[in-house]
Write a protein that binds this ligand. Structure first.
Ligand SMILES: *[C@@H]1O[C@H](CO)[C@@H](O)[C@H](O)[C@H]1NC(C)=O
Ligand SMILES: *[C@@H]1O[C@H](CO)[C@@H](O)[C@H](O)[C@H]1NC(C)=O
Ligand SMILES: *[C@@H]1O[C@H](CO)[C@@H](O)[C@H](O)[C@H]1NC(C)=O
Ligand SMILES: *[C@@H]1O[C@H](CO)[C@@H](O)[C@H](O)[C@H]1NC(C)=O
Ligand SMILES: *[C@@H]1O[C@H](CO)[C@@H](O)[C@H](O)[C@H]1NC(C)=O
Ligand SMILES: *[C@@H]1O[C@H](CO)[C@@H](O)[C@H](O)[C@H]1NC(C)=O
Ligand SMILES: *[C@@H]1O[C@H](CO)[C@@H](O)[C@H](O)[C@H]1NC(C)=O
Length: 468
């Protein structure tokens, strides 16, 4: 019976081909012997397709047809009136449900020139092209892209519904949920609703068949990268170094944290990782530890974070001193100048030290901060508010790192300049007096200032009488 069928197809195709040759004259693309866009055959039948063209031909079969399949036969011949054409016959026997798909014939050299037909191979016991394994297939959701549940079917009229686990049937609406027997279900704009377990279901002769899918949305959003030191980190040789790189990322993210550091080739560091979840985010920790620092460990430490295509990094520079030290010097000279009435004045010598020393300021041998409420220590500077003449004196800064028995002192002299003032001006403003001609008069002028003011007397003759 099949033989008869083939003869019929052949007769038909022969005509089609001739017609095509006649009208087009030449085969710019190969031509198949079927004019329909789709064929429906039953399981166990033989699928036979003929293709004709001007150049050498090649078949492209659906992924469900194994590359090496004993049932596939391809027969190539030269054909046409002057045998200047190429013919290829594909036979697939027995055709099985999983062979459903698009069959293409193309030129070997010009692969874009092709002819295709979609073939459904029906099987009442196998409505879906793919057989469901125990484990649902994972489908990946990408932002801004449609989501496809690839439950292709072996018959174009199969009624399939999409079910969200546990029991929510989603009907195709031709707007967002599109059904295609050749593709399965396509969700044009998937929302969070489409994260979960789904199945394509169909009922055939009272038997339910299904294809299950688990949707997964890979997330690659790094929200924050934090290194617990981002400025210079001063350390001592032999000390432990620990750097904590904390990454905050969106739920479900996968993040990879790597480090680059000066002694990476030696593998001098150990790196430990931890993941935790908060209500809204994921936290990834990577702690780099060098148990005993050496000079060679100084340099740039960089924490690199990647999540899919997203990348971030953060860094810190580590300085390793071979021993603790204090370097204390005068900024310019041992004598500093301020002005009485100045809002504030800062006594600040040059100090470099590691680790941070303790600092005490003395004024004239007594702890400065206890001497006057206008004095206070800020960092290692002494700040004097509302500078007054009495602030002048000898100041000493005592620095020390008790732990290492390191101490250094430095003494500076503060000079407070005071604007000259004339005492009499404020005390007496007496009227010009009359004195006897020829008598001896003493005029007094008392002035004060720092440095001591110079006094200069000026004499103005009185204006002639009657003019005032
Ligand atoms: C196809 O062939 C197999 C084995 O050859 C047989 O078990 C099955 O019933 C056949 N199916 C159909 C639809 O003829
Ligand atoms: C699919 O469903 C429609 C309407 O519910 C029905 O008319 C049709 O026969 C069904 N097709 C198959 C193949 O079961
Ligand atoms: C790293 O830093 C984070 C945030 O400061 C902290 O919660 C976490 O416990 C630290 N990790 C380790 C191993 O100390
Ligand atoms: C950074 O975090 C690690 C681990 O929590 C800690 O041991 C280290 O002291 C921290 N370093 C700084 C500079 O805060
Ligand atoms: C690390 O490697 C460098 C070069 O290979 C070597 O000179 C150095 O001594 C090594 N340092 C340690 C601590 O092993
Ligand atoms: C280190 O990080 C800072 C910002 O925190 C950045 O400006 C700088 O370029 C980084 N340095 C390197 C070498 O990556
Ligand atoms: C610093 O001054 C303190 C108090 O005046 C004194 O005891 C100490 O010996 C001095 N240290 C040095 C290194 O000059």
């Amino acid at each position: 019976m099949f033989d008869i069928l083939f003869v019929m197809i052949f007769g038909l195709s022969g005509r089609v081909l001739t017609k095509d040759t006649d009208t087009k004259g030449r085969f710019s693309s190969p031509v198949l012997d079927v004019t329909e866009k789709q064929l429906i055959i039953e399981r166990n039948q033989t699928l036979q397709l003929n293709c004709r063209g001007r150049w050498e031909l090649q078949w492209v079969l659906p992924s469900g047809v194994p590359k090496v399949y004993h049932g596939t036969q391809i027969e190539e011949t030269r054909c046409g009136r002057k045998t200047n054409q190429y013919c290829s016959r594909l036979a697939l026997s027995p055709a099985l449900a999983q062979h459903t798909g698009s069959y293409r014939c193309r030129y070997l050299q010009k692969q874009r020139k092709q002819a295709s037909v979609y073939v459904y191979i029906t099987d009442s016991q196998r409505p879906f092209v793919k057989i469901q394994s125990e484990i649902p297939d994972v489908v990946y959701m990408k932002e801004g892209e449609p989501l496809v549940f690839p439950c292709r079917v072996t018959h174009p009229n199969t009624n399939v519904s999409l079910v969200k686990f546990p029991l929510r049937v989603l009907a195709p609406d031709n707007r967002n949920i599109i059904w295609s027997s050749r593709q399965g279900f396509t969700i044009r704009s998937p929302t969070f609703f489409y994260i979960g377990l789904f199945s394509c279901e169909t009922l055939i002769n009272g038997v339910k068949y299904s294809n299950k899918f688990l949707t997964h949305r890979p997330v690659n959003k790094i929200l924050d990268v934090y290194l617990n030191s981002t400025s210079l980190l001063h350390t001592l040789q032999g000390e432990i170094l620990a750097l904590n790189c904390t990454v905050t990322a969106e739920w479900n993210s996968r993040v990879s944290i790597t480090w680059t550091y000066p002694q990476k080739a030696n593998g001098s560091a150990t790196i430990s990782r931890r993941i935790s979840r908060s209500r809204t985010n994921m936290l990834f920790y990577s702690v780099l530890t060098i148990p005993s620092l050496s000079k060679a460990d100084r340099g740039l430490y960089k924490c690199h974070v990647t999540s899919g295509p997203s990348k971030r990094d953060t860094n810190t520079t580590v300085i390793v001193y071979d021993q603790p030290f204090i370097r204390l010097k005068h900024r310019n000279s041992p004598v500093v100048q301020a002005f009485a009435g100045q809002k504030s004045f800062r006594l600040t010598p040059k100090l470099r030290a590691f680790p941070a020393p303790e600092v005490i300021w003395l004024k004239d041998g007594m702890v400065a901060a206890e001497r006057c409420s206008r004095y206070h220590v800020d960092g290692f500077s002494l700040i004097i508010r509302d500078v007054a003449e009495e602030d002048a004196g000898i100041y000493t800064i005592l620095t020390g790192i008790q732990q290492y028995g390191l101490f250094q002192n430095l003494t500076l002299t503060l000079v407070v300049n005071v604007k000259p003032q004339i005492g009499e001006k404020t005390v007496s403003s007496h009227q010009p007096g009359t004195v006897q001609r020829g008598s001896r008069q003493a005029l007094h002028c008392t002035s004060h200032g720092v440095p001591p003011p110079q006094i200069q007397w000026l004499w103005h003759p009185c204006p002639p009488k009657g003019l005032s």
